[in-house]
Design a protein around this ligand. Structure first.
Ligand code: FMN
Length: 172
């Protein structure tokens, strides 16, 4: 629970390198996420070249600060086909689960992260030579934080949880 609650969307980073081994562990956390029918429709693109990071920042309005590395989480549409008509929807869920695994692993290593959906897909595909059938869904920025932000509030369980039917209150 400490790791789940302590992770924050980090948008200010120190100019400090992330060890290759740590990046590997973060990526590995991604492939151990669950996926519908175990299709594993994801492709992850690690960007650790500072010049490329800056170029991607230029086409990503939602990317704040100057992270040391990025992971671009993509869906391989060819792999999705195995999931039938649920395939495309499942793939979004699969990639999201991989993303959360990576961000929690990063936090457990003291590394800050931020999920980013606000980026120019076409420009990103060009910058990273991403083929037609592979779609980037989410960028995760990574870096040591200048500070850990205060947690934004959460809707309470009483408001979010319904018991045995919608509208039936949850009591602690
Ligand atoms: C699907 C998704 C997309 C997001 N896109 C962006 C983004 O483009 N830029 C950004 O700075 N933060 C983005 N965030 C981060 C959220 O703003 C952040 O998670 C939320 O405010 C809660 O803060 P916390 O993660 O520190 O708990 C995104 C989060 C999610 C889950």
């Amino acid at each position: 629970m400490e790791i789940i609650k302590g992770r924050r969307a980090v948008r200010n980073f120190l100019d400090k390198e992330i060890a290759g081994k740590d990046l590997e562990v973060i990526l590995e956390a991604g492939i151990w996420a669950p996926s519908g029918s175990n299709i594993q429709p994801w492709e992850f693109i690690l960007v650790d070249d500072p010049v490329l990071v800056k170029k991607i920042k230029l086409v990503s309005p939602g990317l704040y600060g100057l992270p040391r590395a990025l992971i671009v989480l993509c869906v391989n549409r060819k792999r999705c086909e195995k999931g039938g008509k649920l395939g495309e929807n499942m793939a979004v869920m699969d990639v999201s689960m991989a993303a959360q695994n990576m961000m929690l692993m990063a936090y457990s290593l003291g590394i800050g992260s931020c999920p980013i959906v606000s980026f120019n897909k076409l420009a990103l595909k060009q910058l990273l030579d991403i083929p037609e059938h592979v779609e980037p869904l989410l960028i995760i920025s990574l870096g040591y934080p200048t500070e850990w932000p205060q947690p934004p509030s959460r809707r309470p369980l009483e408001e979010v949880v319904h018991v045995n039917g919608y509208g039936e209150p949850f009591k602690r």
